[in-house]
Design a protein around this ligand. Structure first.
Ligand SMILES: Cc1ncc(COP(=O)(O)O)c(C=O)c1O
Length: 350
């Protein structure tokens, strides 16, 4: 567990935190590069470490330029503000983070309307749904301007061919395309391709550095030069322009070099965890990249969670679709074993 025996959280000392891949702590190597980073004032575009990170992401994504932002939420919002004006709309899956979990920022701050589209069990939408959701030019309707996709969606990989098909359809309709790639590296590693393979028909993409990659903060938006120039203004408006931020950008650069290939370890642990949990009577589990979704009969949900917490394991809450368990940089094999064991001992005793 990256050298940490236990982790202090608001919940007290715990052995393993499976709630999300956002809970990771910077590794000792990452802390070293952060401390020694060469920095400057990034509002003047004079931070060499930030500039290096942005150049690297532009190259990785095959886009003209990139911009470092404080979070994936801020990056998605900046992208929407660049692509849409007031009274215009973006289409997205109804479960996608940009629609559900970003405080309605696009409508609150940009006057941009959301058009959510139902998703299937893999989080996918279809080209036909996009055509149906698209509004013809009529003064009664908002102006359809943007398609927002996501990859992975709750751990499920959206294939390169699916993304290509949806983005091509959007372009045929005259829409711009944005991809929330908060976990695009997970999709790429699981598919054995580079992230750029998903981006041929994507106009702007958010990459997050503080999820599976394990940096303490930061996201990068990549797009053509003109969009990034507008995003610099949007970032300023959103209060996200920072000064000697190279100290944290250095963590992101380190993660891009050292923490991408290792995502395969998280996927393998999630697969082992899912099969271990699924083998327990009265539990069902499935893995999707670094995430596991598990369910037990509803009467066991609360006492099981209490039992697991006593074993020093932090879990999120059960939802309609079950409980999401996430593997990441700070989860090792011992943590996986302990979680399987905690489920097994509880369900065997009930
Ligand atoms: C798919 C997806 N996109 C965007 C975000 C937003 O990330 P941040 O917390 O960096 O704003 C999250 C956060 O969990 C996410 O899961």
């Amino acid at each position: 567990m990256a050298g940490y025996e236990t982790m202090g959280t608001a919940r007290g000392e715990i052995f393993a935190d499976f709630r999300s891949d956002t809970v990771t702590r910077a590794t000792p190597e990452m802390r070293q590069v952060m401390a020694s980073a060469v920095v400057g004032d990034d509002v003047y575009a004079e931070d060499p470490t930030v500039n290096e990170l942005q150049d690297r992401v532009a190259t990785l994504t095959g886009k003209e330029a990139a911009l470092y932002l404080t979070s994936a939420t801020q990056s998605n919002l900046a992208a929407i503000l660049c692509h849409c004006g007031r009274g215009e709309e973006y289409l997205s899956g109804e479960t996608y983070h940009v629609f559900c979990d970003e405080a309605g920022g696009a409508s609150a701050l940009g006057g941009v309307v959301a058009c959510p589209i139902p998703v299937d069990s893999e989080g996918a939408i279809t080209a036909e749904q996009i055509r149906q959701a698209f509004k013809v030019d009529d003064p009664h309707y908002p102006i359809s301007r943007l398609l927002c996709l996501e990859n992975t969606v709750s751990g499920s990989v959206q294939s390169t061919s699916r993304i290509d098909e949806l983005a091509t359809t959007a372009h045929e309709l005259g829409l711009v395309t944005h991809l929330d790639g908060a976990r695009l590296f997970n999709a790429a590693v699981a598919s054995g391709v580079e992230i750029s393979a998903f981006l041929d028909h994507i106009d702007s993409v958010t990459l997050c550095l503080s999820k599976g990659l394990g940096a303490p903060m930061g996201a990068v938006l990549a797009a053509d030069r003109a969009t990034i120039d507008r995003a610099i203004r949007a970032r300023k408006m959103l209060g996200g322009a920072q000064r000697q931020v190279g100290h944290v950008a250095a963590a992101g650069l380190h993660a891009l070099v050292h923490h991408v290939e290792r995502l395969a370890e998280d996927h393998a642990r999630a697969a082992r965890l899912a099969s271990g949990l699924d083998a327990i009577e009265r539990a069902t589990a499935r893995a999707a990249t670094n995430m596991v979704f598990v369910d037990v009969p509803s009467e066991h949900r609360v006492p099981l969670s209490a039992h697991v917490a006593k074993a020093g394991i932090a879990l999120g809450g059960f939802r309609a679709e079950g409980l999401r368990i996430v593997c990441h940089l700070d989860i090792d094999d011992a943590a996986v074993d302990r979680l399987i064991d905690a489920f097994a001992t509880y369900l065997a005793s009930e």
